[in-house]
Every structure is written in C-alpha cells, then in structure tokens.
Design a binder for this molecule. Structure first.
Ligand code: TMP
Ligand code: ASP
Length: 238
C-alpha cells in the first residue's frame, strides 16, 4: 500500500491518504513535545518504538473485544489504519495519582486508587485541551450519549487488559490517554496510539519512570526508558 497525499501532520505522527478511501497510513516521528507544544525535542528511535508497541497492544486489544483502527504494520515507522473521524476527546484513565491529577487535587503522586478514574479533555490545542465532562461533550455535540457510553466501556476494558499486561512485564500502569474515532458507518474504534508518549509507566519494583515524563520533567535517560519498555514488552530492540 502506497502513501498518497499527506492529510495531517500532528506533533508525533503524520497521516497520509491511500488509494483506498477507507484506509490511511500513519507515520510515527521522533519529535516530542510537551505542555501543549511549548517544549520541543527529539527522542531518537521513539517513532519506531511507538509504532511497534501501539500495533502490538492494539492487536491484543482486538482479541479482547476492543475494536481498533489497526490494519497492519507496513514498516518500522508506518502502519496501515482504518480511516476515522477522530472524536475530539482525550480520554484519560488513571489507576494511580500522578501528573495533572496530583496537581489539581493537591495530592502526592503514587496514591493507588481503589477503582480507576476516567476523565475527558476537549482535544483543542488553542484552548490547551481543557478538562470536560460528558455533559459538556454532549452539549457541544462532540459525541452522542451512546458514543460516550461506548467510549467509557472500551476505555475501562483497555485499562483492565493493559494493567495486567504491563504488570506481567514488571510495569505499573499509572495512567494513560486514549483517542477514539468513528468509521464511515459510525462505528466507534480505538485510534491514535498507546505508547510511552501516552501512558505513565513505572517500574513495579523501583517506581522508576519509564515514559515521556522523563522528557517532560528533564529527568534524562529518555531514550533508554522507551527502549526498556520495548525490551520488556516485545523483546527485540533494534
Ligand atoms: P496528565 O496527568 O498530564 O493529565 O496526563 C494523563 C495521561 O495522559 C498521561 O499518561 C500522559 C497522557 N497525556 C497525553 O497522552 N497527551 C497529552 O497531551 C497529555 C497532557 C497527557
Ligand atoms: N504532547 C502534548 C503536547 O505537546 C503534551 C504531553 O504529552 O505532555 O501538547
């Protein structure tokens, strides 16, 4: 499958059209940004790692009954996906306090919740992705009630699976962000990526951060952390 016109360039990925109007090609970049693009950098090899990890996780999620946009990996950085219209909500699930949750509620990082939380942000860079509840999303027509219910159901399903999967590999799943899309027939599917860019992943024993927080917070060892996640989940780092 060949790339045609570039449809979109985001902060971490490019999306290309293909000869088939129902399919797109996603190409993962090494570019990293944080704080709504204010901080910019490069994480060498990140694109390859995030492409492979996302595809592995999405293939496993399909088997768990979560439909995704994944079709097939084309090469190190490129993947064939179903064309979707992205629902403009960032869906965040948390198992342990960290990041904006810890800041907003004035609590330490590392509090293990009895049950996971879910929240939405309005995917809008100009506004800085503001927190939004489901009634706001309905009021603005960003999704229907049925779509929101489906998204919540899938998000918790992803959490149940991913938490156990990470733990098997010595990783604590602290929190993560998902994006969903709609196929041309309206079906909701998981889209975007699931990677150390979009998840907080801590070593289960040392609680060492193995994710993009190393970049956001200038902790060093960013590339090593991504490679470590890749090594634990997939095994071969090239
Ligand atoms: P937060 O604690 O900053 O709200 O982040 C929650 C999770 O969402 C964390 O795993 C990082 C991920 N995330 C993204 O994938 N993209 C973003 O733009 C932000 C702010 C967070
Ligand atoms: N990628 C996001 C941005 O630059 C932020 C983040 O992941 O922290 O807006």
């Amino acid at each position: 499958m060949e790339k045609a016109l570039q449809l979109y360039e985001g902060k971490a990925k490019k999306v290309f059209a293909t000869a088939d109007p129902k399919l797109c090609i996603v190409s993962y970049k090494d570019d990293a940004t944080a704080f709504n693009g204010e901080k910019k950098g490069t994480i060498m090899g990140k694109g390859i790692i995030n492409n492979r990890l996302t595809n592995r996780i999405m293939s496993l999620l399909e088997k768990e009954g979560v439909p995704t946009h994944f079709v097939r990996e084309l090469n190190d950085r490129e993947t064939l996906v179903k064309k979707v219209e992205i629902v403009p909500l960032e869906v965040i699930v948390r198992n342990i306090s960290a990041g904006s949750f810890a800041k907003r509620f004035g609590v330490d990082e590392g509090i293990v919740f009895n049950s996971p939380t879910i929240e939405f942000s309005y995917k809008n860079d100009e506004l800085g992705d503001p927190l939004m509840n489901s009634y706001h999303a309905l009021a603005l027509g960003l999704a229907t009630e049925d779509e929101i219910n489906t998204i919540v159901k899938y998000a918790f399903k992803v959490n149940n699976f991913l938490k156990a999967y990470m733990l098997e590999h010595g990783i604590e799943l602290v929190d993560f962000k998902l994006e969903f899309g709609k196929l041309s027939d309206g079906t909701i599917v998981l889209a975007d990526e699931i990677s150390p860019d979009t998840c907080r992943l801590w070593d289960v024993k040392t609680h060492e951060k193995l994710d993009k927080d190393r970049f956001r917070r200038d902790l060093g060892g960013v590339e090593d952390a991504y490679q470590e996640v890749m090594r634990r989940l997939i095994g071969d780092v090239k």
